[in-house]
Design a protein around this ligand. Sequence first.
Ligand code: HXC
Length: 257
Amino acid sequence: TQYTAIITEVEGRVATITLNRPEALNALSNTLIAELVDAASKFDADPNVGAIIITGSERAFAAGADIKGMLELEYSDVLAGGAFPSWGGIEQMLTPTIAAVSGFALGGGCELAMMCDIIIAADNAKFGQPEINLGVIPGFGGTQRLPRAIGKYKAADMVLTGRMMGAEEAERSGLVSRVVPAAELIDTVKQAAALIASKPLPALYAAKNALQAAEESSLSEGLRVEQIAFQALFATEDQTEGMRAFAEKREANFKHR
Ligand code: HXC
């Protein structure tokens, strides 16, 4: 597929989607979102892809929804639902996703990062939900995912003031998985993605699904999801192989990965 607002590449079992609207700091135009969802869902369906990286440029992961594209929208346009493309359940894909964030991750950019399983940030990253300054509020999940990630008080500070949070504060708050020097960001993320992609797929899918249950359900429901998945993995060849390899002191040779 010929994309105009993103660049895709596959190396080994790792796919990378690079947001590419440098003139607008990767603002999430409808075209960009549609292309991102299209590429991500194709990679998700491809058994040769074991992990997906979403990244931007050094200056900006994404500076938010495209404000210029929202200028003329009225209540009726937004209400009808056609004004913004669907995210297509990108956060529920089976394939693990890593956001590699350098520079600005603001508004929809911060929300896109939070749709990923792991967020690895460069030390120059800046996160924020500045929508309040535009007379709106986060619209791609920010008011729900941010408090779940960093707690009510940190989230309210971000959403009500619209201020930016640097990489160090973001890591301390639990918004990012790791912070690395900007020059090492892509290598670090590619290594993490390759490591994930080397793991047995049935266990990866089960782990991701159980982690999602932690966000979406009560403790007892989530524990139940975990227990059922844990038990089911004993029906997989990769469980037999993984445990046998350990006992025999050799590398596991997983069938599904
Ligand atoms: C459209 C944007 C943009 C955006 C930047 N640009 N962010 N265009 N939508 N969100 C454009 C600028 O207009 C400018 O284009 C170029 O990118 C470079 O930006 P500058 O502002 O000149 O750069 P700088 O001075 O370094 O400031 C960087 C910045 C600032 C702090 C990130 O651009 C900024 O505040 N951007 C908006 C951030 C924001 O409010 N995001 C939330 C959006 S609402 P020109 O052509 O002028 O050079 C949202 C809601 C999601 O995300 C939910 C919707 C349902």
